[in-house]
Design a protein around this ligand. Structure first.
Ligand code: UDX
Length: 431
């Protein structure tokens, strides 16, 4: 595995756990030394135990020595980052190409070279060109995209709905099938396709899921105005098997390391081929605009004067069971209320965030009670289990505390009974 970020570390560890010998390579020596001390470099439930087990069994090796790893491997997964180029929607592939060039330098015998990272259509062809220019013939380039959700990545690895393998070589398909056999035995579909299809399947899947979320988020806006409960609509729609019930939960706006980046990446692929992917463009815009609705709602809840008002965020990551802050709506909401001179506190089970270190009037507390004490408004930002049955009046010691629930964790009737002013998403009385 080249790259021990989220994808490389989880995938490498899980491949070791199903019996393979795996070298995880990273040029960041501090990461490697942390991993070699038995500690995970990312927050992912259950990962530490599997790392330790396979590390002790000597099936999982962490190293910065690329030459050693390449020499001892038959299959090489490229798991480096593919961010958007700064200020653009195009995908920056320079980490991928750099990794490929380094890998092939050390390789003598035949190897399978796989892009696991999300890469745009045509990348496998580009890699082949690089190999040709370097006069390297001993590689078979494969696309095998990952579909791991943060927080559920181990489960997603072990019980995938499908394994997508893009190749133009039958022998390689057979090797890949053997590699994934333990998962296929448990019911995963093994889908052989062209490399270009495999590359597009990844973007299409993420853009479709982002579209589903955005669709339900816009419907939630309608429900708020039309006195309808969005949850009934999600349930009613989602029980049509053609639609499916998942990814129909309204929320603050989708975030994370994939959907925002991949929707834009797909648009730029459309542009490259002169195809206007207008739906995906609208999804991106709608999602970006969504945070304005939330800050407008906060304005409405607090009123004109934010000064000396204590606003507490519960959870700041883009979703629960991760410490990942990338494209989280809290990155916009917290600076907004801080600018209005509110007293901002936040509590997150994964600890303090560097992103808020320089935000004025913004304090982290590792004790939820301190973060919430005397709060005027609590914003339920991320749906961690521990936020699902809180006694807000007791927690805040403020009978008049208001709640803005961005994840619909509570019911309006329950809050009404407790005489708490409660705001949520897409429900009657949501305003
Ligand atoms: C996603 C994909 O699911 C995964 O297959 C991929 O390869 C990487 O990107 P991830 O980013 O970890 O995984 O999170 P996911 O659980 O998909 O959620 C993404 C965002 O959508 C989050 O901000 C989440 O809060 C939001 N979301 C999800 C909703 O708002 N409503 C939903 O119903 C589902």
């Amino acid at each position: 595995m080249i790259g021990t970020g989220y994808v490389g570390l989880v995938t490498g560890t899980c491949f070791a756990d199903i019996g393979n010998k795996v070298y995880c390579v990273d040029n960041d020596k501090s990461k490697i030394s942390k991993l070699n001390s038995g500690k995970s470099t990312i927050y992912e439930p259950g990962l530490d135990e599997i790392i330790l087990k396979n590390y002790n069994a000597k099936r999982l090796i962490f190293t910065s020595n690329l030459s050693l790893a390449v020499k001892n491997s038959d299959i090489i997964f490229i798991c480096v980052g593919t961010p958007n180029k700064k200020g653009t929607q195009t995908v920056d592939l320079h980490y991928v190409f750099k990794a490929i060039k380094e890998v092939v330098k050390f390789s003598k015998n035949k190897k399978i070279l796989i892009t696991k990272s999300t890469v745009p259509v045509g990348t496998a062809n580009e890699i082949e060109k690089i190999l040709k220019n370097m006069k390297k013939k001993n590689f078979d380039v494969v696309s095998n995209p990952e579909f791991l959700r943060e927080g559920e990545a181990i489960r997603d690895f072990k019980y995938p709905d499908r394994i997508i393998v893009g190749s133009n070589n039958n022998r390689t398909f057979k090797i890949m099938e053997r590699l994934y056999q333990p998962l296929i035995n448990k019911g995963a579909m093994f889908f052989k396709t062209s490399r270009r299809s495999a590359e597009l399947i990844k973007y299409a899947s993420n853009a479709f899921l982002a579209t589903k979320i955005t669709f339900i988020n816009e419907l939630a806006n309608l429900c708020e105005k039309a006195n309808i409960n969005i949850e009934d609509v999600s349930l009613g729609m989602g029980s049509d098997v053609r639609i499916g019930s998942r990814f129909l939960r309204p929320g603050p706006a989708y975030g994370g390391s994939c959907f925002p980046k991949d929707t834009k990446g797909l648009i730029s692929t459309g542009d490259k081929f002169n195809v206007n992917l207008s739906i995906v463009k609208t999804v991106v815009k709608s999602n970006q605009n969504r945070v304005h609705l939330h800050v407008k709602r906060i304005d409405k809840i607090i009123g004109k004067n934010f000064k000396n008002k204590k606003i507490t965020f519960l959870g700041v990551t883009f979703k629960p069971n991760t410490d990942d802050m990338r494209d989280s709506t809290s990155l916009k909401m917290i600076p907004y209320v801080s600018k209005k001179e509110a007293n901002v506190f936040y509590y997150d089970p994964t600890g303090e965030k560097k992103e808020f270190k320089n935000i004025r009037n913004c304090k982290f507390s590792k004790d939820i009670k301190i973060a919430c004490k005397n709060a005027d408004l609590i914003i339920l930002h991320t749906e961690w289990e521990e936020f699902k049955s809180l006694d807000f009046q007791k927690l805040t010691k403020n009978k008049g505390v208001k709640i803005y629930d961005l994840r619909n964790l509570y019911t309006f009737s329950d809050m009404l009974r407790k005489k708490i002013k409660y705001y949520s998403i897409g429900r009657p009385n949501a305003n």
